[in-house]
Design a protein around this ligand. Structure first.
Ligand SMILES: Cc1ncc(C[n+]2csc(CCOP(=O)(O)OP(=O)(O)O)c2C)c(N)n1
Ligand SMILES: [Mg+2]
Length: 277
């Protein structure tokens, strides 16, 4: 896919996510919209992973440590055929389904359970270290939140990744400056992240995490320094729908009917601007 197609895909999947959350009155709206471009870049362009090879030794691994933003991940996996869109639309947020609102290994494509913040990086370190020990060429990607950086377990994992020179590990921080109850800095300041990770032995790049071209380039560039790579992806929480953008209360707010319809119109306008062909 070229950049234009990837941008369209991200917008289309934002729309499906907005619909899913509205129709079932559940979900982490702002968190999903924030990282849509990162997931699309990984799944449609960068990763060596398919519904057929996921979980095998040669396939890349994706771990979503900010597990609460699972709705956008569901939509990606449904669109690519890992899971059924019909099952998702009917079962989301219902009892006795695997669509429980956080990632579960009961769904194809989800190799680890997450949701309790702070664990994905440690899991990623384990996968990357094991791959090195087994001489595998696979790469591991971990998506974290910026509020999540308050978890102490992240820093133990970061130290281990530097210690073992895990250049087959790329972590991305969805740096939207907000967490559940306010700004990330007001709840628990984690900035400056670049200097902290560098001190732990990481190569760090900072990018606009909602610009598809930039995201693809940053994710595609191999880690050249023999170090694990951190991408600080500066994003807008709620990206794409004005009412939800940069608002902490939209972390898991459900749109009213009027907000829903306005949001759909805005996303349709963005899709039209990207062209219909
Ligand atoms: C260990 C733990 N503590 C608290 C929570 C509740 N919680 C869910 S999302 C969230 C905020 C996360 O903010 P951030 O990491 O910035 O993610 P964003 O939604 O902004 O992408 C919190 C505190 C949790 N899931 N796990
Ligand atoms: Mg955040």
């Amino acid at each position: 896919m070229n950049t234009l197609e990837l941008k369209k895909k991200a917008t289309e999947l934002r729309k499906y996510t907005w619909q899913l959350i509205y129709e079932h009155s559940n979900g982490h709206t702002g968190s999903d919209l924030s990282c849509a471009d990162i997931l699309v870049a990984l799944y449609y362009k960068v990763m060596n992973q398919t519904p057929e090879n996921v979980g095998s030794p040669e396939a890349d691994t994706y771990i979503q440590s900010k597990g609460h933003a699972v709705e956008i991940w569901y939509e990606v996996l449904a669109d690519l055929g890992y899971i059924s869109k019909k099952d998702l639309d009917e079962g989301y947020s219902k009892f006795n389904t695997p669509f429980i609102g956080h990632p579960t290994t009961h769904l194809r494509g989800m190799e680890f359970n997450t949701g309790s913040l702070g664990h994905g990086l440690g899991l990623g370190v384990g996968v990357a270290l094991a791959a090195k020990m087994d001489g595998l060429s696979k790469h591991t990607y971990v998506l974290m939140g910026d509020g999540e950086q308050a978890e102490g377990s992240i820093w133990e994992a970061a130290m281990a990744a530097g210690n073992y020179s895990l250049d087959n590990l790329t972590a991305i921080v969805d740096h939207n400056d907000l967490q559940i109850s306010g700004t990330t800095d007001s709840v628990m300041r984690s900035n400056p992240l670049d200097r902290k990770y560098e001190a732990f032995g990481w190569e760090v790049v900072e990018i606009n995490g909602n610009d598809m071209d930039t995201v693809v380039k940053a994710l595609s560039q191999p880690n050249t320094s023999g170090k694990p790579k951190l991408i600080i992806a500066n994003t807008v929480k709620g990206k794409g729908i004005t009412v939800a953008e940069n608002r902490a209360d939209w972390h898991h707010k459900i749109p009213s009917q009027e907000e829903y319809e306005t949001g759909i119109k805005q996303l349709d306008t963005q899709l039209e601007a990207l062209g219909n062909d």
